[in-house]
Design a protein around this ligand. Structure first.
Ligand code: CP
Length: 312
């Protein structure tokens, strides 16, 4: 594997899940693989789980992780070609990506969308610029349109808790006070479309995600109907795709409650706003598997790094 920037980079999700489980059982088994190799983690945006779990994954493989908050600590980066750089940007991505490649054997990047410029976000300008101008593999730690480390984690977590041959999995929108990206929802959809599950999406009118990603997955605008007989309820807020980046509805009736979920397991990528997205009674119950889900971020990242190291 050359890069890991999308769920589409997974050739066989069932095999990957088994490989991730093997790493979870013996995290230090491949500690010699990354000896004298450096992972650079570049953050244009905040993170708790991705920042720590990806470093832990690298350490489990014997790699040396180095971290930089690009937005706060680096020079302002220019991504457009041919620009007269007389404004706020002091360094072009052409030099920056090439230079970071001198120090790192793999580069992982987090860069959120603008949520104001749909075309720019869909062009994945930052991730593609790193892939073009770096000379080492690139890992997507959440980009404008995808969070494939999270999507792989979620697939692994479902496989650990599944009790029936073909579980029903629901991705449900829930209210939030801010406009949030589509990346987690998109990658979760792509991961579920690769798995042997009955998968449906629930969101209010006006919140249908990119039809090129949702494809043939059924979309319900009635949450109660979608939740019927669900085994897993994965909740996430996202802003409107059609009215791009806008909050068009904050209906509190879409908040996840204990009454609604029945016997289903509750999942969320975190961070989550309690009693806005989901009530305490869910998060504080045995129905919630969000902490194990976060734990699995390490093994999903470790599998991706292992595959990239093996192909260096
Ligand atoms: N789920 C997730 O990506 O968490 P962080 O934003 O804290 O990294």
């Amino acid at each position: 594997m050359k890069h890991y920037t999308s769920i589409n980079d997974i050739d066989n999700i069932d095999t990957w899940i088994e490989e991730a489980k093997a790493l979870k059982a013996e995290p230090l088994k491949h500690i010699a693989l990354g000896k004298n190799k450096t992972l650079g983690l570049l953050f244009f945006n905040s993170s708790l789980r991705t920042r720590l779990s990806t470093q832990k994954a690298a350490l489990n493989l014997g790699m040396n992780p180095i971290v930089m908050n690009v937005s706060g600590d680096a020079w302002g980066l220019e991504f457009d070609d041919g620009t007269i750089m007389s404004g706020n940007t002091a360094e072009h991505i052409k030099e920056a990506a090439a230079v970071v490649s001198q120090y790192c054997d793999i580069i992982a990047v987090r860069a959120f969308p603008t949520l104001t410029d749909k075309a720019k976000d869909e062009s994945e300008q930052v991730m593609n610029a790193f892939m073009k101008h770096a000379s080492v593999p690139i890992v997507n730690m959440e980009s404008a349109t995808g969070h494939p480390l999270q999507g792989l984690t979620d697939a692994l977590t479902i496989s650990e808790y599944v009790k029936v041959a073909k579980p029903k999995v629901v991705l449900s929108w829930a209210p939030h006070i801010k406009a949030l990206p589509h990346a987690v929802g998109n990658s979760f959809i792509q991961a579920m479309q690769k798995m042997d599950v009955e998968f449906v999406i629930a969101n209010p009118e006006g919140y249908d995600l990119n039809p090129e990603i949702t494809g043939n997955t059924p979309i319900y605008h009635n949450q109660e109907e979608a939740f019927k007989d669900a085994d897993f309820i994965y909740t996430k807020n996202w802003s409107s795709y059609e009215d791009y980046g806008k909050v068009v509805n904050t209906d509190p009736n879409w908040m996840i409650t204990k009454n609604k979920i029945g016997n289903a397991k509750f999942m969320h990528c975190l961070p989550v706003r309690r009693n806005v997205v989901v009530e305490d009674a869910v998060l504080d119950s045995d129905s919630s598997i969000v902490i194990e889900q976060a734990n699995n971020r390490t093994y999903a990242a470790q599998l991706v790094l292992k595959k990239l190291l093996e192909d260096l």
